[in-house]
Design a binder for this molecule. Structure first.
Ligand SMILES: Nc1ncnc2c1ncn2[C@@H]1O[C@H](COP(=O)(O)OP(=O)(O)O)[C@@H](O)[C@H]1O
Ligand SMILES: [Mg+2]
Length: 266
């Protein structure tokens, strides 16, 4: 199926998600302005920047939870915030989201947690739902853990269950808000590997919020850098290339933990 927004210009495939000049905030408070970037289908795209710069806010806008003040978000060519609410809800159902808190229901087994979105949005029989939950658990390396409760597994495993739940409805885009927050370095590394494995095997577009450099350099094909001070994006591109070649000192500083700053003209 060809996307209606075939105006990528460079002859490349049309973007899966196109962000066109969005400005957004809460009430009167501006968070980010004039954001324009494309997320290619099948890429791992990282939204990066320091704490409080507005990464989660931008994600809320891309996932249909927060309307921008101006600008457009095109999802497969459809303008998310110009659609009737019912159509927007239908599009949102094609996204899987793993939130920062990753909250699982502690009184429910892992399998029951994963079945929740299936119960909410499908009319599948209970056995079918259980089979899907088992399959998703296997995809994240937790085959056979369906009867466990969240308190019985490690923090890294709980994050994996959050991923499995986000994948319950076979999403076209998976969003992760700081997936490795609070994990030890080894578990964080394994979660990065899981993200890459799933992208490889399922071809899902992944949008990941992160400020952790190890993770950013490991997983990102492409990225956007949001700046808290100027309240806009300062760069977009592959993080390795931005680190080595970005003309913007703040971007190089962020990607080198400040080391590039020493060489930059003040
Ligand atoms: N629900 C909200 N209402 C008002 N202000 C908010 C809300 N959520 C976040 N903010 C503010 O918006 C700014 C960006 O927050 P956020 O998007 O969470 O940043 P990040 O994810 O990059 O750490 C912060 O100043 C934060 O205090
Ligand atoms: Mg955040």
């Amino acid at each position: 199926m060809s996307a209606p927004d075939g105006n990528a210009g460079t002859g490349s495939a049309p973007a899966h998600i196109r962000v066109e000049g969005i400005t957004l905030g809460y009430g009167e408070t501006l968070v980010q302005q004039d954001l324009t970037f494309d997320i290619r289908r099948g890429d791992v795209f990282v939204i990066m920047g320091g704490s409080g710069c507005g990464k989660s806010t931008v994600m809320r806008c891309l996932t249909g939870l927060l309307a921008p003040w101006s600008g457009r978000v095109l999802l497969g060519g459809e303008s998310l915030w110009e659609l009737p609410a019912a159509r927007r809800s239908a599009l949102m159902r094609r996204n899987g989201v793993m939130y920062q808190s990753g909250a699982l229901w502690s009184s429910m087994t892992l399998e029951e947690n994963i079945c929740l979105p299936l119960e909410q949005y499908t009319k599948l029989a209970p056995e079918q739902m259980r089979a899907i939950a088992e399959y998703k658990l296997a995809l994240v390396g937790l085959a056979g853990f369906g009867d466990h409760y969240p308190s019985e597994i490690s923090g890294g495993m709980r994050k994996r269950v959050g991923v499995a739940r986000a994948m319950a409805l076979d999403p076209e885009v998976l969003f992760f808000d700081e997936p490795s927050a609070g994990l030890d370095p080894l578990s964080a590394r394994r979660l990065d590997e899981l993200i890459l494995e799933l992208r490889e095997s399922l071809g899902t577009t992944m949008v990941v919020i992160s400020h952790e450099l190890d993770s950013i350099f490991t997983i990102a094909d492409d990225a956007v850098f949001l700046d808290a001070e100027t309240k806009t994006m300062l760069a977009t591109g592959n993080p390795h290339e931005l680190r080595d070649h970005s003309p913007v000192a703040q971007v190089r500083a962020f990607l080198t933990r400040g080391e590039a700053d020493q060489d930059a003209a003040a």
